[in-house]
Design a protein. Sequence first.
Lengths: 362, 426, 325
Amino acid sequence: MLFKNYDPLKKKQLQILDAKGKVVQPDLEPKLDKKTLLKMYKTMALGRVADIKALQYQRQGRMLTYPPNKGQEAAQVGAVAALEPKDWLSPAFRELNAMLYRGVNLEQIYLYWYGNEWGNHFDEDVRVLPVNVIIGSQINHGAGLAYASKVLKKNEVTIATIGDGGTSHGEFYEGLNFAASYDAPLVVVIQNNQWAISTPRSKATKAETLAQKAYAFGIPGIQVDGNDVLAMYVATKAAVDHARSGKGPVLIEAVTYRLGAHTTSDDPTIYRKDEEVKEWEAKDPLIRFKAYLIEKGYWSEEEDKKLEEENNTFVGETFKKVEQTGDEDLIDIFQYTYKEMTPQLTEQYEYMKKFLSEKEGK
Amino acid sequence: MYEFKFADIGEGIHEGKILKWNYKVGDKVKEGETLVIVETDKVNAELPSPVDGTIYKLGAKEGDTIHVGEVIVTIDDGSGAPKKDDVKEEPKKEAVSESKAAPGVIGEIEVSEEVMASSAEHTSAKTETTNQKALATPVARKMAKDLGLDINLISGSGEFGRVLKEDIQKAYETKNQPSSVQQVTIPKVQISTQGDVEIVEITKLRKAIVKSMTLSKQVIPHTVLMDEIIVDKLVDLRNKVKEQAAAQNIKLTYMAFIMKALVLALKKFPNFNASFDHENDRLILKKFYNIGMAVDTKDGLIVPNIKDADKKSILELAKELREVADQTIARTVQLAQLQNATFSITNFGAADVAYGTPIIPHPEVGILGVGKISQKPVVVDNEIKVAYVLPLSLAVDHRVIDGAEAGRFLNHIKSLLNDPMMLLLS
Amino acid sequence: MAVLTLLEAINQALDQKMADDSRVVVYGEDTGFEGGVFRVTAGLQKKYGVDRVFDTPIAEAAITGSAIGMAINGLLPVAEIQFDGFIFPGYTEMVTHMARYRNRTRGRHGLPIVVRFPVGGGIRALEHHSESVETLLGHIPGLKVVIPSTPYDAKGLLISAIEDPDPVIYMEPKRIYRSGKQEVPEEMYRIPIGKAKVVKEGSDVTVVAWGAIVREVEKAMKLLENDDIDVELIDLRTINPIDEETIIQSVKKTGRFVVVQEAVKTYGPGSELISLVNEKAFLHLEAAPARVTGFDITVPLAKGENYHFVQPERIAYEIKKVAKF
């Protein structure tokens, strides 16, 4: 139903909360309990603080390259809020809020960007794949996860996310096409934040919307106001239900904006205008969601202030912990290449160990 | 005659059924026209004629099964003897039971019914077998080969028994050169032959001298101490005993006395009667005393040595000195006489010269140069006198003998020669 | 005991493992219904159903990339790439993810994947159907690479590959798919990955080869029968990790080493083996280690391929040079 009403080829975009937080589609307003709504909001708020501070740490020389998520909190959280714990997330690399929501620790996330693979070692029941730097491949991985879910009859759904730039990549097509040809339960959420480093969305493809690419795969597609967390939730829930029932993949395009730079090593002022950024700042997902919650009586400005302080403290402490970890153990760079170290790896490790200890001895 | 064989048209078919012939025997057919329709698992194939010609013989009739490789039709194309169509699998195989086409879409996979030997896991025999071969670098191996040696017979002094270049060198020397002269590497120098010159080839003896002198000077840091001794008493003694010695047919030279004094000094300073093994950082002290005596022959310098000089009296020494010198000059001296000296003497006096800086024969550590005895004014008890003075030049290997010790050694010799009574009593 | 071709042995290994472990799935282009263009997977879909043995769209990145998701979520994927020349679109996933996933996640996700494809030439095929890509795969830490030369080894190695907790690239030398038969035990058995095999003991020169070339070396050895050269022939079997112990032990005994490869010369597997021999058996060498290889050219089409692929005459010639040095 939803997909029929919001055909991207007909220029439809789903929005439930407008920029000011007013419900503009009351019959589509999801029936979410206070606990869930607050969990969503608090995740977004924490993500926002973690993001800002990560940037600060990087400028202080304490953190390495980091991709800011600012502005995309609703697009991320709204989508994954529609998942059950047994479902999977196959992310790209700009997915801090989604990963937090699904049970990845901030400490782990920071540890990864800090330069330590242990940051990718999530807890066993956390069904999230690590940050993916090879653009597009996460779609194929997601297709595989979904195929296994189907064949093993586990009733799971996989969400794979990708940026607007990523939709130009062959693996996006191959992955979605592959999943669709088996009706594998894969939902792909495009985080269309308008920019692929310095390349605007219009240069990525001639198609007017990204959601309409769904037609090429024979699956439903829907374009959503990505800064509207409720619309994201509703669209993704419908997609997840569709996939879970065995009807195959759905493609969702979340129209949002990358308020920050591509990464901390990028200067967006070179290629985009301040006016554009200001325009999107007015559509900030946190502003409207906060207004909505306060309107509903679930939240208050005082609580919000308190939360921000708590988040600042928590993030600061978390990062300090990460900084304590220092260099990796020598054996760690060797012993995870295979399940068991080969004779060659053992020999190479012993050699390096000896070399380092002799160096120290001198 | 053209024999058209039924080919694998792809997809791995082995056989087909003739559905319909479009031609019969005697018909003319053009290249490319469909001859026959064959039914296979996958498709009904229309087979086009490969040549122009007349149908000569049909290989099978409608309804028959035909296998890949069999002749489906023979066409008289005017070429005479039947020509094989090159429809076949790998032509260079040994055992192909039937030319079965193997599927693969692309290429021609060899098909064979040949049964290979069953798998059996061998392990390579371990290296602890009897044929222990030498461990050596390629450079060392080449060196051995160039010198005509079997490297496996050379014992290695390197780690794990590795045969080093030095080991090969030693092996070569023991094989070829009995003397203890070692290889000397001399830097290359270009000498001009321009101008008014005469080129003289040097003798073999001179070549040997070149080698040994160069070696000594390259390897041994020489230091020379010189001094003179008043030998009036020695002169007296010799004069007294000269006649008696002559009666025994012995020419009693001063050299005999000097040699005696030297041997006594060597006994007191064992370091001087030694070889320095610089490869292994050790001094090899000799318990025997073979004193070399440089002899000037017409072809060059030869240094025979008096064996066990410590066990011989002065008279015996004098006798032997003369004999050996004669033999040396006559070039009849035995090889053994020339080998294994422990310390040497050289007689500058024979050249009418007082002092010199003698060269130590490697691997000895010292040489005593003896100058001409002459009368000179000396100061004794604050008065000038005329005395017989013997000049001495002692060269030592400064790696193992320091100046102070050399001085003490020289002074001991001096004291013995100064008062020959000490010579006789020691 | 049954006598099978290499291809039949592979089919049997797949069949038995699929019966043994319901997590095993086999898939690729034309792999399911038709049983593969060479019929390697024939009969499997009928037996195990369309969910476990299936055809894919023409999308190598999806074939290899989906294997990763499948392996994480409880399947044992055996993914097929149709030909060696086509691995490249799927190579990205093999290198950037398959090989690294265990390391990237510090052991949280190891990937028990097998990627299999036919390799090598000598079958007068089209372009891109005769490649030797051992180096491109052997050079990637995190991948294991194996290649059988006999039906017996083919079955044992494939079973080991499927059971291995790490990604294994299983190369099938197409030239010898059907070129002979061998006794293959009915039951499941394993040949350890990382273990070479001494095919024939000898004392004069160690010769290492793998895949279809082992047979070519055997032919070369026949040509050398009158030359009094006692070759020790080793079938490498695993390209990575190399069985150093077997090779070095052999070279220490013979003092001479020749590696024979179908692959292009420069940066080929021979380079690696010779470096190894220099590192570990230098002082035992009585001649420089040698490699007999293809040339640094694009694999020729049928009418030129016999110059490029190592032939027994050339192999014998080079072995003799080393043996007589």
